[in-house]
Ligand binder design. Sequence first.
Ligand code: BG6
Length: 506
Amino acid sequence: MKKPDNHILVIFGASGDLTARKLIPAVHKLFCQEFLPENFAVLGVSRSNLSDEDFRKKVVIESSFLKDTNPDDIKAFADKLFYCSIDPKEQDQFSTLADRIEALQAEMNIEPNIIFYLSTPPSLYPIIPENLSTVGLNDENNGWKRVIIEKPFGYNLNTAQSLNESLKQSLSERQIYRIDHYLGKETVQNVLVARFANSIFEPLWNRNYIHHIEISAAESVGVEKRGGYYDTSGALRDMVQNHLLQVAALIGMEPPTHVDSYHIRNEKLKFFQSIRPYQKADIPTHVIRGQYVESVINGEKVAGYRNESGVDPESRTETYVAMKFFVDNWRWAGVPFYIRTGKKLPTRVTEAVIHFNHSPHHLFKSYQGVTNTNNQLVLRIQPSEGILMKFGMKVPGAGFEVKTVNMDFLYSSLASGNLPDAYERLLLDCMLGDSTLYARGDSVIAAWEFIDPILQHWENNPKETVYGYPAGTWGPNNADSLIEGDNFQWRYPCENLADDGDYCEL
Ligand code: BG6
């Protein structure tokens, strides 16, 4: 495999949670698999006053996220980490950073290739690139410079547009990597392979055979320690605008001419541009929002959202959202897309379900009262990663009774069942200069164009219903009425891909 060029990975927000929990473990895994270049360093940057040694201790040597690792590997890896304390808001401190980078490059024989990872509060996303430019750290004359930007990319359409504009002042689009960790998930990428490496699915992948598409991301956890952030965000911003619309685009886009960043991202953009914008009057009937309320799960009392720390006790922020929308193009005309996500649901499952039309003529009797076999293709993103096909089979014995059965593929059945972590894959791609799995500016804006009217509608109509649902249930019942068509309903998935049931985990 091609190795990345020698470079330095500069992490802004180095003393934060994401660095210790996700970024350093991902770089460490790349190190253990020998995917990193010969000459490489990580330079942590934040305001905290730490030495190189303190930083190494915090994120490597004493880290609970790097357990079960060979101590020799840990030492060799820790030696690649360095730290520089500056306040990233302050332009005049960037010369200190530039000097430290130059010294490291000389000491470790690293060409001036640099990735800047912005794992900071979003208010710094426009400021850091501008400050980097004042000391020439955006300049690609001698070596490449790439900037990874964490989510959220904007708070609404306006702020996303201004962030794009401000980034463009110091960087070209080619240098900007907007991360969406869902795109780093192996199973999300497999949507493209399942569709375009096989000839059996694609002929059916359109309005003639598909009744509707369902994408669900259920989480059993609540907001945990992120109440302060979440209360200003809500499920629509936190999960739908980015992760779930990206999944929808991979399911709905046209085949790209080539598998590369330019062609795949062009097709995704066209998909976003084809989503039918909501009229104001549609929003209350097409977008259902909910919030979890106190309940008892397995005999234990579980707090409601409004009692979580950092949350306004009168908050109307949605912890659940279910929506129906249409994609106005030849492939999808008339096929509803449904997206549903929520916190404190019965289980943690993310999956997309392709619901095929019923057979046009019902020749056979159903089994145990189940009418009309509904073929489904379930693309399970997590957990129990795999693909499940549901279809009708004859019940053995007299007559022709039909029963729905399952045929599945599980990643765990592969010899190398180890799925790389999303950050591992995405960091390596950025090191290699491949932005295919990063979101492009125009498509982020197109996704916001669809989401923004819903947010505005809620803001302008604060009394619009937020349905309460007891923690540990599948959200407000009203969401069931979104689904069109006889005998169709949301799938109620269980942790195990092939199990079906309403509440398996409780
Ligand atoms: C994050 C959201 O982007 O994605 C979280 O901010 C959410 O609220 C998380 O829990 C879900 O990611 P995953 O990989 O656990 O499905």
